[in-house]
Design a protein. Structure first.
Lengths: 347, 230
């Protein structure tokens, strides 16, 4: 590639990443319910406050009659009386009957402009007997108003604001796969031709890939702490990711142990081919067939629900291209270093 | 066809030669056995006869893993210098690696018997178990795990033998991460067998282990000629 074309993809990649970082952190999160207080209810008149995060679902001048809140027990709806609406919480009074189809109550908040917010198993009524909700306590299904939220990221329970990590963690692993795939091809060519330049390519690819693998592990660990509550858990996908990075570290150790030996290219290529096959097994095959906490598993190659949202997609795809371009740029730099070092040493 | 027969006869010769050398020299196999039994005895002393299934599994696989490294790690030590150059000219590389694989699997089978036998002898069955568990699956899991370990270690020691300095340590360094997935599967299987987990919940582990062993063995056979050709 000539100079101008080079600067177009490099500049384009950096511009995309700048867009991703700005847009990823400035886009608001859609409102979603997180807790109900108190969650343990008794029968009779009770006051419950539902708390939300994300964008405010009501202005400070919100009119109470624009909102409606119902609690659901199985398929029956229990009516409530709204007492107060604040930007991030809504307080209702509910008359809990003696009989309920289920002791667990789901909460629905119907808002004028933010759509319908849902919280599963919001409250429990320990002392309620099994039975239908009496007619006087039942509610009609309120009319749903379409949300007018503008450009915003979807609310996911547990994940919440950390959904922005999707723009870092996932593209970093994609970039790692891409560059390791490149390294695999380079090693195959090296084995066919014995060319030293393809060995330089493989080495540069693996080194860059390890960097992105470490970044992927770090961002993943951060995400696990937030959503699962631990920095690291024993999970097929996580085990596979860690082992893959360890494997490729072995590649660098092997090269270092070989030193100036002129067979280093072939031996490293053999190891790299082996490592890449293991990568495919560890990250793409094994986690598919075993239970995993990690999203995108259970036989589903995509990351299921996240890619359904258009606003997220509008930032995620540029992130994939941007991180990929940065990764490839780092690879070309390392490749140049390898070539220059070789030229200097063989003078 | 003739080529295939030639390869197989080379493999047979290599395996038989390895086996004969083991018996004649004796010290190699004895060293591995000594290492295994001494390690089991250390585990026995540390556990003080009160071991749960998890600790039992952990110690079994640590002993097994390091005995495996001792047994397989030096597989290509004889093929150095002039011997190696001679073999490069005269021997089919595929036959050589197949013979080494075959011999290693035999060694691992013996090792499985020694390690598992010593474990049950010294540590007994893990404490706190309601029933006898599934001894058959325990043996199957240990052997399959060992088989899987062997196919990977043969490849690793072939790579490490090419490095002129300190190949023993390098084999262990390269081998451990490569063995982790198989060890994870094998330890789950062992723990399941000890805790009498229903077979339906365990069946995927031996299948994965067998598939991974077949994969690594095939890959080792494809890649070995590239390592061997100087």
């Amino acid at each position: 590639m000539n100079g101008a074309a080079n600067w177009i993809w490099k500049g384009g990649g950096i511009a995309l990443l700048a867009y991703v970082i700005l847009r990823g952190f400035s886009t608001p999160l859609q409102p979603g319910l997180v807790t109900a207080k108190p969650s343990a209810l008794e029968t009779g008149k009770q006051t419950v406050t539902l708390k939300a995060v994300g964008q405010p679902f009501a202005g400070s001048d919100a009119a109470l009659e624009d909102f409606s809140v119902v609690l659901r027990s199985r398929s029956q709806l229990l009516k409530t009386q709204i007492k107060a609406v604040q930007p991030h919480d809504i307080t209702v009074e509910v008359d809990v009957p003696n009989t309920l189809p289920s002791r667990a109550l789901d909460a629905y908040v119907f808002t004028p402009a933010s759509g319908t917010l849902f919280l599963g198993n919001a409250c429990f009524v320990e002392e309620a007997a099994k039975g239908d909700i009496p007619a006087g306590f039942q509610s009609e299904r309120p009319i749903e108003k379409p949300p007018q939220l503008g450009f915003s990221f979807p609310f996911q329970p547990n994940i919440m604001e950390s959904i922005r990590n999707l723009l870092w963690h996932v593209p970093m692993w994609f970039a790692m796969f891409f560059i390791m795939g490149l390294g695999f091809v380079a090693s195959l060519v090296q084995l066919r031709t014995g060319s030293i330049d393809w060995d330089f390519r493989a080495e540069a690819a693996v080194r860059t890939g390890i960097t992105f693998g470490l970044l992927g592990l770090a961002t993943g660990s951060l995400w696990a702490r937030w959503t699962w509550g631990a920095w690291w858990v024993s999970d097929p996908q996580l085990n596979g990711a860690l082992i893959t990075v360890l494997l490729y570290s072995g590649y660098l150790i092997l090269r270092a142990a070989m030193g100036e030996d002129d067979r280093v290219g072939r031996l490293a290529a053999v190891y790299n081919v082996f490592a890449f096959v293991m990568l495919v097994i560890l990250l793409m095959v094994l986690p598919r067939y075993t239970e995993s906490l990690h999203p995108g598993k259970d036989g589903n190659p995509g990351f299921n629900k996240y890619d359904l949202d258009n606003s997220l997609r509008a930032v995620f795809y540029p992130a994939v291209i941007g991180w990929g371009a940065l990764c490839y740029w780092m690879y070309t730099l390392r490749l140049r270093m390898n070539r220059v070092a070789h030229t200097l040493l063989s003078r | 066809m003739a080529q295939a027969r030639h390869t197989l006869s080379t493999a047979w010769t290599v395996a038989r030669l390895e086996w004969q050398l083991e018996w004649r020299q004796g010290h190699q196999l004895a060293a591995v056995g000594l290492f295994a039994i001494a390690s089991v005895y250390v585990a026995f002393q540390a556990a003080d006869q009160r071991t749960g299934a998890a600790a039992w599994t952990a110690m079994l696989w640590l002993v097994y893993l390091f005995s495996g490294f001792t047994a397989i790690g030096r597989l290509f030590d004889r093929e150095r210098g002039d011997v190696r150059r001679y073999l490069q000219w005269t021997t089919d590389p595929l036959g050589l690696i197949l013979g080494k694989l075959f011999h290693s699997v035999l060694t691992t089978t013996a090792l499985t018997a020694v390690v598992l036998g010593a474990f049950v002898l010294f540590l007994g069955w893990p404490q706190g178990m309601d029933g006898p568990g599934k001894p058959g699956i325990l043996v199957l899991g240990a052997w399959l795990g060992g088989f899987s370990m062997t196919t990977t270690l043969v490849f690793v020691s072939a790579v490490a033998s090419q490095v002129r300095s300190g190949s023993g340590a390098l084999g262990a360094v390269l081998g451990l991460p490569l063995l982790l997935p198989q060890l994870i599967l094998a330890t789950r299987l062992t723990r399941g067998a000890l805790m009498d987990t229903p077979w339906a919940m365990l069946v995927e582990f031996p299948l994965f282990l067998a598939a991974m062993s077949a994969g690594t063995a095939t890959l080792a056979c494809i890649l070995f000629p590239y390592i061997w050709r100087a």
